[in-house]
Design a protein around this ligand. Structure first.
Ligand code: NAD
Ligand code: WQD
Length: 345
């Protein structure tokens, strides 16, 4: 039997792309997802890409007993990748308790179950949001963690501390924490991609929905920042490159190559790009003219952040390879595919 990997949140944006890459690397994937922000159709689409249907269990990771019975059902799970979480920054400010409960109880359940089923390790989805506005750029893993700007960001910081505390207590658990920068794009097959619920909060899905006519105009939140062109700067990383980082992390855990029981890696390209530069890339690769207007700043936005990915490059042996042009085009191809599907019903 192939090494079994439990992927919580595996029908979500990053989880589904990771499920594909795990299968491409010979792993057996078991997806646990409560479909609170995704659809079970994603399981079909993963199968269309890899010709291997992942096991799928519709379950809430906050339900300890359900999670325990799934781990008992799929004996011999070797490791877990924990994507399942609520992730909308704005919503977390309106509904903090939903975020604290969902994002923290789900992790605690997994950490309690891991020793019962002899699971070797946990890969955790964290975010560059834990750095706030870094004092130094590019930002490395040694940068100080700053007070979170939102309950969502705080749940990521708390989760990282919980993982480190449980391991410091002597629990027989290994973990790799991956701090993602700004994941964008879609699988080149355009069979899976980002499926934001309602009005997209993130830049790239808003761009593609504007260009395809779902949204009237993109509001660009401010161009009076202390950056070369006045627009915010981000490290936009291809979602397939990001997914591959998870396979490398799982390999590292299962082959016992970790140097410390908890390892933290920045998963970014190392290149900063401004919002305006990204808009120009979109227009260049698609030939579409984007209708946008500069408005006031969005509260809570970080001015500029991009990764120092050297630790992941040298120690993890992972590097982002996709170009920003191909990545933005993959997001557009996915939007065009979605639009065709909606039109044909
Ligand atoms: P997503 O919403 O597409 O995927 C999350 C999945 O988890 C969804 O399918 C949802 O249905 C599921 N889920 C949520 N709560 C659950 C629960 N209690 N039990 C079972 N399933 C549950 O989000 P994503 O963009 O794929 O993000 C995945 C992870 O990466 C999250 O932990 C997120 O915080 C983190 N992350 C995302 C970004 C980003 O920009 N997308 C950046 C940094 C970190
Ligand atoms: C990027 C830039 C906006 C939308 C968020 C979360 C972070 C992580 C990734 C989960 C900013 C500008 C955006 C729009 C705009 N998620 N923008 N108009 O804010 O860097 O990070 O998603 O972990 O935790 O904070 O990503 O895509 O929302 O914004 O001008 O309609 O695009 O101001 O400068 P962000 P984003």
């Amino acid at each position: 039997m192939n090494n079994r990997i439990l992927v919580t949140g595996g029908t979500g944006y990053i989880g589904s792309h990771t499920a594909v890459e795990l299968q491409n690397n010979g792993y057996e994937v078991i997806i646990v997802d409560n479909l609170s922000n995704s659809s079970s159709e994603v399981v079909d689409n993963i199968e269309k890409i890899t010709k291997i249907r992942p096991a799928f269990e519709q379950t809430d990771c906050c339900d300890f007993e359900s999670l325990k019975s799934i781990m008992a059902k799929y004996s011999d799970i070797k490791a877990i990748i924990h994507f399942a979480a609520s992730k909308a920054v704005g919503e977390s400010i309106e509904k903090p308790l939903l975020y604290y409960r969902n994002n923290i109880v789900s992790l605690i359940n997994l950490l309690e179950l891991i020793p019962l089923f002899d699971i070797q390790g946990l890969v955790f989805s964290s975010s560059c949001t834990v750095y706030g506005q870094p004092d130094e750029l590019p930002v490395s893993e040694k940068a100080p963690i700053k007070k979170a700007e939102s309950p969502y960001g705080n749940t990521k910081q708390i989760n990282e501390e919980i993982i480190q505390d449980i391991i410091a207590s002597g629990a027989n658990i290994k973990s790799i924490i991956l701090r993602y920068f700004n994941p964008i794009g879609a699988h080149p097959s355009a069979k899976i991609g980002e499926l934001p619920n309602g009005i997209p909060q993130n830049l790239v899905p808003y761009i593609t929905q504007t260009a395809i006519g779902i949204r009237k105009q993109l509001n660009v939140f401010g161009n009076d920042y202390n950056t070369p062109d006045g627009y915010c700067i981000r490290d936009f990383i291809n979602v397939v490159d990001l997914a591959k980082a998870h396979v490398v992390a799982i390999d590292r855990i299962l082959n016992k190559r970790q140097k410390t029981p908890v390892e933290i890696f920045n998963i970014g390209t190392g290149q900063g790009l401004s919002v305006l530069e990204l808009i120009h890339v979109f227009e260049k690769v698609t030939g579409e003219r984007l209708n946008y207007k500069v408005v006031g700043r969005r509260s809570g936005d970080i001015e500029k952040v991009w990764a120092n990915p050297e630790f992941a490059n040298n120690e993890l042996g992972w590097k982002s390879i996709e170009t920003i042009e191909d990545t933005v085009l993959s997001a557009w191809n996915w939007q065009v595919k979605l639009n065709k599907k909606d039109k044909n019903g």
